[in-house]
Write a protein that binds this ligand. Structure first.
Ligand SMILES: NC(=O)C1=CN([C@@H]2O[C@H](COP(=O)(O)OP(=O)(O)OC[C@H]3O[C@@H](n4cnc5c(N)ncnc54)[C@H](O)[C@@H]3O)[C@@H](O)[C@H]2O)C=CC1
Ligand SMILES: O=C(O)C(=O)COP(=O)(O)O
Length: 527
């Protein structure tokens, strides 16, 4: 039974599939402190959050069973991604479900700041009929500057065009083609600052975007500009904004997010008549909350059940075209790693992977992850696809890959060499049409077997009678041989025997085998 902790208010309708799953138990405990979370997180396999729960390294250290943190929303700045990767915890988000809600909230804020709706409402309900103080501005023919043209920024741009606004956009990933398609002029942050009547930001908060709108930008803005932030507190420098309102440059601002949430009562925005605020409500619609909870629950179930999942935040994304080419090789890669890892003596220094044939011209990084995970599986506790590369890096283990279109005998070939001080071990495998995964080389020996079940790898001298004596010894100990393969490079030289056996051979039987003349060593491998 998988235990899921929901530590923020998340739509019940959206997580219905978790309640319905027979292998999942859901606990809803919103509003826990870090200490309270640390005390209970150890029993959970999954944690589901929005933006309130700060998922700190301390919480992850106390969570040996935690496999996945699901963020029902976009921003993952409340989750320590580095710590999650280190602990092998997959972090997923639901990036699409709240785009429209946040875009519409941005528009609501823009309209509100253009027409002073919250200020006018406040006066009107207090009994004052003040029609003079609230003369607004129209959006039509005004210039809107958008910093961050991703999902939300692009939707804002579309709506602005319908309102008759000119739009200038800045985003390092916005191509001229795409900008033209959505009718947006490209510009820099300073171009936007100098030309815009309204400026809205839609980037994540990163080192580059922190205070991307600061004193230097306010200094070149047009008088009467209005500023909107429905993305993250800190993208716009809060103090510089207050100063720009005081010196008459900025006519008004609308903020849904703050550098510190919730803001302290003394925060300068809270008693400034030119600034309107909402308490991080961008994604708070019934529809968005249902969407994000459904999306994240679906992925969460896949991860808990070890099923393929789309993209995780702390793993590089794999385009669908690459995924369809690579997926058939994942199992082969992991098993090659698993066998090579078990054969290697002493600490691993380096892993060299070479891909050839069909794998020559595809991004094989995701497959390398499976191989590296396989190599470490028997040696490092908690290794998984999320932390495999991180584990290698933090242990100074070089992972290098090569690609070549030379096919040789096989249409595709994955060869891995695991290097240690005690020597190198090399394995090669292929996907054979109609036969599935085959291991076709161990060190210098050509072999051909399916990597499954229990394997016995026997290094021996190529002398008559050895195969018979191995068979007799195993048979008399009730160990049934399913398949047997012998590999040698020269007649009478050193050779290996690969046996697939129906059940694990007892230790005494392995010891007995090792005593046989001409047998050099015997390794039992689990795959
Ligand atoms: N107020 C709220 O409740 C909500 C706030 N958000 C915030 O909105 C942000 C944007 O969300 P989406 O549009 O869904 O994300 P997105 O990932 O689709 O778009 C973000 C865009 O910012 C761009 N960007 C990154 N660094 C930049 C830089 N230095 N300068 C200019 N552009 C840069 C990226 O290239 C990307 O196109 C999220 O990161 C989140 O922080 C999202 C949902 C709800
Ligand atoms: O999705 C996001 O990035 C948001 O900021 C929404 O946050 P929330 O889920 O409403 O706490």
């Amino acid at each position: 039974m998988f235990k899921v902790l929901v530590s923020d208010p998340i739509s019940d309708m959206g997580i219905q599939m978790l309640y319905d799953a027979s292998d999942v138990e859901v606990d809803k405990k919103p509003g826990l402190s870090e200490d309270e979370l640390v005390a209970i997180i150890g029993e959970y396999d999954a944690l589901l959050v929005r933006s309130q729960t700060k998922v700190t390294p301390r919480i992850m250290e106390a969570a040996p069973k935690l496999k996945v943190i699901g963020r029902a929303g976009v921003g993952v700045d409340n989750i320590d991604l580095q710590a999650a990767t280190k602990h092998g915890i997959v972090v997923i988000n639901a990036p699409d479900g709240n785009t429209i809600a946040t875009c519409e909230h941005t528009f609501a804020m823009m309209m509100s700041v253009a027409r002073s709706i919250p200020q006018a409402y406040k006066k009107t309900v207090s009994g004052e009929w003040d029609r003079k103080s609230f003369v607004g501005v129209e959006l039509r023919n005004k210039t809107l500057g958008i910093i961050g043209m991703g999902r939300i920024g692009s939707e804002v741009a579309k709506r602005a065009k319908v309102f008759g606004m000119k739009v200038i956009g800045y985003d390092p990933f916005l191509t001229e083609d795409r900008a033209e398609k959505i009718g947006v002029k490209l510009g820099t942050v300073n171009d936007i600052a100098a030309a815009a009547d309204f400026i809205t930001v839609h980037t994540p908060l990163t080192n580059e975007t922190r205070h991307i709108v600061g004193p230097a930008q306010f200094a070149i803005m047009k008088k009467g500009v209005r500023i909107i932030n429905c993305a993250r507190g800190g993208i716009i420098d809060e103090n510089a904004l207050v100063a720009a309102i005081e010196n008459g440059t900025v006519a008004g601002a609308a903020f849904d997010v703050f550098e510190q949430e919730p803001p302290q009562a003394s925060h300068p925005f809270l008693n400034n008549p030119s600034i309107i605020v909402t308490p991080h409500l961008g994604a708070s619609t019934v529809e968005a909350q249902e969407n994000v909870a459904i999306d994240v629950s679906e992925e969460l179930l896949h991860i808990l059940r070890n099923e393929p999942f789309k993209n995780a935040v702390n793993m590089p994304p794999v385009p669908a075209t690459v995924m369809s080419k690579l997926q058939p090789y994942f199992n082969l890669g992991e098993k090659l790693g698993l066998i090579a890892g078990q054969l290697t003596e002493g600490p691993v220094n380096e892993i060299v992977v070479s891909y050839s044939g069909d794998l020559a011209d595809v991004d094989t990084n995701p497959l390398t992850r499976y191989i590296v995970k396989g190599v470490f599986t028997q040696h490092l506790e908690g290794i998984n696809l999320v932390n495999a590369m991180h584990m290698a890096k933090t242990r100074d283990i070089n992972v290098t890959t090569q690609q070549s279109s030379t096919t040789g005998t096989f249409t595709n070939l994955v060869t891995i060499t695991v290097k240690s001080k005690q020597g190198d071990r090399t394995l090669a495998g292929t996907l054979l049409a109609g036969y599935g995964e085959r291991i076709v080389r161990i060190d210098q020996y050509p072999v051909d077997f399916a990597p499954e079940g229990s394997l016995l790898l026997i290094s021996h001298n190529d002398k008559p009678g050895i195969i018979g004596s191995v068979g007799t010894l195993l048979g008399s100990n009730d160990v049934n041989i399913a398949t047997m393969q012998v590999g040698r490079t020269i007649v009478g030289g050193s050779a290996i025997m690969v046996l697939t056996i129906d059940k694990t051979a007892p230790k005494e039987v392995i010891a007995e085998l090792e005593k046989q003349p001409e047998i050099v060593n015997v390794r039992q491998l689990g795959i």
